[in-house]
Design a protein around this ligand. Sequence first.
Ligand code: FAD
Ligand code: SF4
Length: 459
Amino acid sequence: MEQKNLIKQIYSEVINPGNCFHCGLCEGLSKNLFKMTYSNKGPIPKLIRKPIKNDISDLKKIVHACPGRGIPYNHLSKKLITYKKSKIIGNYNYLYLASSNSNQIRQKASSGGLVRSLLIELIKSKKVDYVCALDEKENKILNFDVLVTNSINKILNTSQSIYQTTPLLHKLKELKKNKKYAFVGLPEHIASLRILKVKYPKDYAHIKFLISIYSGTNMYPGAIEFYLKGNGVRNINDIKKIDWRYGEWPGKLRIVTKNKILSLKKFYYNYLIPFFISKSCLITPDFAGELSDISIGDAWSPKLENKGHGYSVAITRSKVFDEILIKLKINNSLYLKKINFKSAVQMHAHMIEFKKVGSYLRIEKLKKKGPVPLYDLEPKNVTSLRKFIESIIGLIISIASNKIVKILFSLVNSRILGFIFKIIRQLWKSISKPTKRKGLNNIKIIKVKNKRVEEFLKT
Ligand SMILES: Cc1cc2nc3c(=O)[nH]c(=O)nc-3n(C[C@H](O)[C@H](O)[C@H](O)COP(=O)(O)OP(=O)(O)OC[C@H]3O[C@@H](n4cnc5c(N)ncnc54)[C@H](O)[C@@H]3O)c2cc1C
Ligand code: SF4
């Protein structure tokens, strides 16, 4: 009976109301009970057999660590031993600007190639036996999976930022308890793994290091097909290769088809976001992977963007990574410079606000319709103007994600759409910036109690 109730809980709180984060944990923790299956609203778990008594302990772990039920960030962040506290980027030790000095790493990097520099160092120094990182399956276009490897060559060649909802935790049970792993994921994957490490330390000690990449917006599958249609390519099988961040930073979306090469600047292909934005990235307050050992993002700043040379921004939350960064700097593998809190926040002020204030407003609206993910921090005193801005964002997304609207827009050339979107985005940013910046400067985040926090405090 208990197993049935746990399944019911996962369905009623997460899957049915559309709160699934597509993380794959349901499959990764159970024994052939769930299978992640394709849907145009991202991969979701499907029950593939009847649950039995022996499934209870796996199901309890899933219920505890499912990001679709929300994450008690404040509670969990206290488990990290750090020097500084922040409720907007998570607690941390130091903040850095970094870029790999290896051309080989940087040329194929999303930003400064820091993630792969760290993975390679972790393998070389034997701090871990394997790394787990997302990659495109060999010769399978738009088919992604977690690569568990200790091959430096394979790490070097992992795909750049894959802007598509993809499970990452579905292979957890395949990891060997007597080996050491480093895991690269989006904030939600890292938060889920942190819960498992805090609640079941012995069972998850083999996942030694958690590396998060920043995540602002993510997209459902279909975005690339939409882009191709706008360029007269009807068949996805015509694609030979996709690079998400090709060439000089910030890079281009580059697609090689049988007959032509398509490429679109990073800022232009952002036009796909309103059409395909995933619900999960709208209902999480975590932009900077707040429960990681180290978080890495693009170092956006007008000065650096003009250089056309990729830089990553890094937030360390563990002494091990502070030491590794210094070591890589000393042996000249890495350009590394400490930056202050204000500079780090300024690089992403818009997106931090979108998560810290925006997600709260979006969740408040969703509460009227059914269960929502529960978090233990909330912004206080959100202005009416900010609420109005959120309504407009919501309206744009709901129109753009309509099936007929998508079909119509897919016929327009992507360069035209990209250009129009870039102008609208700049205009929108300048209109909403004062409110959002003011919002971020004045933002006061308070602790709140709910049944999700109580669950954690109890055990
Ligand atoms: C969906 C998404 C949204 C993002 N949003 C932002 C943002 O708003 N602002 C920002 O500053 N940065 C964002 N990033 C992070 C940024 O694009 C870079 O990944 C980050 O700066 C690290 O770059 P790097 O050069 O150090 O990494 P590299 O050395 O190039 O390594 C990239 C690593 O990322 C892994 N990876 C790629 N895609 C995924 C994925 N979908 N899930 C998990 N791992 C993946 C690869 O396996 C590889 O290990 C986003 C990334 C993704 C995937
Ligand atoms: S968010 Fe992850 S754990 Fe929760 S239902 Fe979806 S796949 Fe399962």
